[in-house]
Every structure is written in structure tokens, then in C-alpha cells.
Design a binder for this molecule. Structure first.
Ligand SMILES: Nc1ncnc2c1ncn2[C@@H]1O[C@H](COP(=O)(O)OP(=O)(O)OP(=O)(O)O)[C@@H](O)[C@H]1O
Length: 326
């Protein structure tokens, strides 16, 4: 079996004093070994919540998983014991974020944190751990690894910090790397170096990558498959080339039509008229995109379309998909 990760029927509620919503009601996503899946969608569509659900590390106490399965190599992580999860976080699944400081502790030197991670997860001795740390700092293109290890995070540039975060994420050779907008805060040249690195990890180490981004240019160049999210659900997923050539869901089509040329780099997704409304707020059932959809009918407001295959691995959640190429 080549499937490394499968997330099914995942529901996440956000409950604060101001709002109670089902922020995520996700049919399914899957990730094969050695594959890169890009998760795209506008702000608030649930990309980060999906990523956090996999490791059950939410940035907020307001989020709660209320149903579903997260199968990693066949094991449902949502039912795994805390000790199993501790063994998986960082060792089998690593995460990098837009802000590398999230994975770097400002009060410790880089080396101290790296050596601790390596020793905890690999059981390596001091000398071997140091060697592993230096090797991975070299892999991410940082000259003078031992000098870097003596520094504090604030003594490094943003690009250097993100490289260190990647080095830390890969040092135990995880099977899955979750990258949540890892280049958004960086300037364009550094961005492409970081993307090159992530791709190198995938190609050389056979790592699977769940890549969260707003940048459709990056997606078209790097991802094997794409999953488009809208208001907490996956509306379309398939091979990147297929989805870009023949987007079938009206939301995906609007998204791609708004890009003049695929090769053009974009930092943000194009803006589509209207606002994404989560289900409760919208008043219940139906397709969450119905209120903004040019093809919506009565059925769309009454019934929620499920994700279904149209051709091989190309799936859409829509009652009125496009039947012809753009
Ligand atoms: N701390 C929080 N308190 C209240 N609601 C939250 C919180 N964090 C996320 N949400 C809600 O959960 C939903 C999904 O948010 P999430 O951060 O996953 O979106 P996203 O697609 O990653 O957005 P972005 O691209 O801006 O990072 C949104 O409706 C958001 O308002």
C-alpha cells in the first residue's frame, strides 16, 4: 500500500464566546508515499486547522475535533495514546510554519534544541547527534553548521531561521512533512531556495509533503496533487496538471480564471466576490459555496454535495460541475 496519510470525515468545531461553528467538515484527503499534496483555499477555509488536526496541535484551545479519522500508515492518530503521538510528532511527522520562530525556542542556542530533538528521537549519542545536526544544516545550505549551532535564533536572518527550522524538521527523517505557508514571510529569492529544499527532501529522501499555500504559481510547479478547500470542505482534488487544465468545480474555475497566466507568480489568491460563510452561520445545510456560485440551483442550498470521483483520482463536490475544459 502506498497511501501514507488518509484523513476522513474530519469535523472540527470552534467554540468561543462569540462564535460556535463547524470550521472543518472535510470529506477526505489522501497522501501517497513520496508525494506532494498542495492544500489551497482562501483565508479561513481551514487549511491550517486540517494540518493541526493531523498532529492534534491546535494553536487555540477553542478548536476541538468532533469526528473523523486521521489514518497514518493505517493507524488512526485520533485514537492513538499520548505516548504513541509523542513518538510520531517530530519523528514520523514534522511541521514547518510561516513563522520559523514557532519551532525555535528564543532562549536556547540552535545547537541545544537540535541535539535534544535528535537524542530524544533517535537515541543517538552526543557525538553522533552533533554529526547528524551538522549534516542536516549542511543539507539546507547553511555554511558553517557548527557556528550556526552556537547562535540564538534572533542572531539569524529570516531565511536562515527557516532553513534551520527545515533542518530541524528533517533531522529525524520523518515520513511526512507538513509545511504551512513556509515561504510567505520571505523575499522572493529566499522563497525559491526554500522551495527547492523542500522539493529536494521529497525527491532525495522520499518524504511526503503536505504543502499549504496561497500561491498557485508554486502549486502548479511543485505539487503532484492539489486539494482545493472552501469554507472547511474539500471541493475539488486531483492531479495538479489535470485540475489546472480542467477545473470542474465552479470555485476552482473562478480561482484559476482569475489568474491571467499560470506561470505568473502570485502571493495571494485572487479575490472572488462575496464572503465564505461557515455552515452554522449560513443557516444549515447545502453547499457552502452556493451563495457565491454562478451555477447554483435550489438543490445546492438544500443538500451538501459529497466529494465524488469524476475521472480516476479527480474528485469534486458539486452538483453542477463544468463538463468542458476552460
Ligand atoms: N483561534 C481561533 N478562534 C476562532 N476561530 C478560529 C481560530 N483559529 C481558526 N479559527 C477559524 O477556523 C476557520 C479555519 O481557519 P484556518 O486558520 O484553518 O484557515 P486557513 O485556511 O489556514 O487560513 P489562512 O490562509 O489565513 O491561514 C476560520 O473560520 C477561522 O476563523
Amino acid at each position: 500500500m502506498n497511501e501514507l496519510l488518509r484523513v476522513e470525515q474530519l469535523r472540527v468545531r470552534i467554540e468561543t464566546r462569540e462564535r460556535q461553528v463547524t470550521a472543518l467538515d472535510l470529506d477526505h484527503i489522501s497522501l501517497q508515499k513520496g508525494e506532494m499534496l498542495a492544500l489551497v483555499g482562501e483565508t479561513g477555509s481551514g487549511k491550517s486547522l486540517t494540518a493541526s488536526s493531523i498532529l492534534q496541535l491546535f494553536p487555540t484551545a477553542a478548536a476541538r475535533i468532533t469526528g473523523g479519522r486521521v489514518l497514518f500508515n493505517g493507524t488512526n492518530l485520533l485514537e492513538a495514546s499520548p505516548s504513541v503521538m509523542n513518538g510520531i510528532r517530530g519523528k514520523e511527522i514534522s511541521m514547518i510554519f510561516q513563522d520559523p520562530m514557532s519551532s525555535l525556542n528564543p532562549v536556547f542556542r540552535i545547537g541545544k534544541v537540535m541535539l535534544e530533538i535528535i537524542r530524544r528521537y533517535t537515541g543517538a549519542g552526543k557525538k553522533q547527534a552533533k554529526q547528524l545536526a551538522e549534516e542536516s544544516l549542511k543539507f539546507v545550505g547553511l555554511p558553517d553548521p557548527s557556528g550556526i549551532m552556537r547562535r540564538y535564533p534572533h542572531e539569524l536572518s529570516g531565511g536562515q531561521r527557516q532553513r534551520v527550522a527545515i533542518a530541524m524538521a528533517m533531522v529525524c527523517k520523518p515520513k511526512l512533512l507538513i509545511a504551512d505557508e513556509p515561504t510567505t514571510a520571505l523575499d522572493v529569492t529566499i522563497q525559491s531556495q526554500i522551495l527547492y529544499l523542500i522539493n529536494k527532501l521529497k525527491e532525495e529522501e522520499g518524504m511526503s509533503v503536505l504543502f499549504i499555500t496561497h500561491n498557485l504559481g508554486i502549486v502548479s510547479q511543485m505539487a503532484d496533487r492539489i486539494a482545493v478547500m472552501y469554507a472547511g470542505s474539500i471541493v475539488e482534488t486531483g492531479r495538479t496538471d489535470e485540475v489546472f487544465r480542467f477545473p470542474r468545480h465552479p470555485y476552482t474555475r473562478l480561482l484559476l480564471d482569475a489568474i491571467p497566466r499560470l506561470r505568473e507568480r502570485r502571493d495571494r489568491l485572487p479575490v472572488i466576490a462575496g464572503t465564505a460563510v461557515l455552515k452554522e452561520a449560513a443557516g444549515g445545510q447545502g453547499c457552502s459555496f452556493a451563495g457565491r456560485c454562478p451555477r447554483a440551483t435550489k438543490r445546492c442550498t438544500a443538500e451538501k454535495p459529497q466529494l465524488r470521483a469524476v475521472v480516476s483520482s479527480h474528485e469534486i463536490a458539486c452538483f453542477h460541475p463544468w463538463e468542458e475544459e476552460r
